[in-house]
Write a protein that binds this ligand. Sequence first.
Ligand code: AMP
Length: 302
Amino acid sequence: MRLLVVGSIALDSVKTPFGEAKEVLGGSATYFSTAASYFTDVSVVAVVGSDFPEEHYALLKEKNIDLRGLERVKGETFRWVGEYGFDLNEAHTIATELNVFQSFEPKVPEEYKDIDYVFLANIDPEIQLSVLEQVNRPKLVACDTMNYWIEGKFEALKKLLKRVDILIINESEAREFTKEPNLVKAADIILSYGLKYLIIKRGEYGALMFGDSSIFHAPAYPLEFVYDPTGAGDSFAGGFMGYISNTDNMSEDAIRQAIVFGSVMASYNVEAFSLDRLKNLEYSAIKERFKEFKRLTHFEDL
Ligand code: AMP
């Protein structure tokens, strides 16, 4: 099955305790689609400016990502400047320059309208809503957001949540959204918007899934070297949605497997800056790490 994503395509400047990268390829849709490309056919709706380097286009093309919905307009590409301290779970935003996203009105190409699986990656919730309005009855819609939009576009975000099946957010965002410090209580509040599942990402502590009647926890892969956590959440979502779209299966067992594939993709992504690790993976290595996750959490029953 095919997978559609709308989100940011960015030039990121990132500093971590282990290094620095300036004006490198980033953005929620970029990380998402690259991670998902190992599992399924991905189509992108986004916008870049006239300054967007040709080599970045070439990379996305090389991953077989469908760019018919990627507009290039006059102006500057979206930019994000961020920093991490030794606690790599928390990104500190130094600057967000929306640039060409400021006036972006997404036009979903006719060829994308019947795509069954839709992911609304982190971007202005009004843009996410507008894409949702243009597609025909997808089987599954999932979305992400961040504090920037929780603080700036709360009403649009609440409207959006009523129309999606799965929300994938960070734990600090879940707390900020609900003003509730306890994650189990916060999950109840968020699920009451009508979601089937809520997935809360907890950085190096893994991910928690809340459904109507079940909770699932996946650890993060214990890596010795983490260079840059930027894009971990989007790579997680890409692995997760990519696997679901590939299997066309939304049973809870498949959702749990998808969460582990998401965790695998996030673990690869943080091993290098930008897409440097994510862009060069073998599917056999992805499957091998999936199995390592199984061993990591296996224990014998009494
Ligand atoms: P994450 O997976 O949460 O680490 O997402 C990191 C990516 O999100 C970076 O590559 C940024 O370019 C992008 N980003 C940061 N802030 C925003 C925003 N307000 N809207 C859309 N994308 C953003």
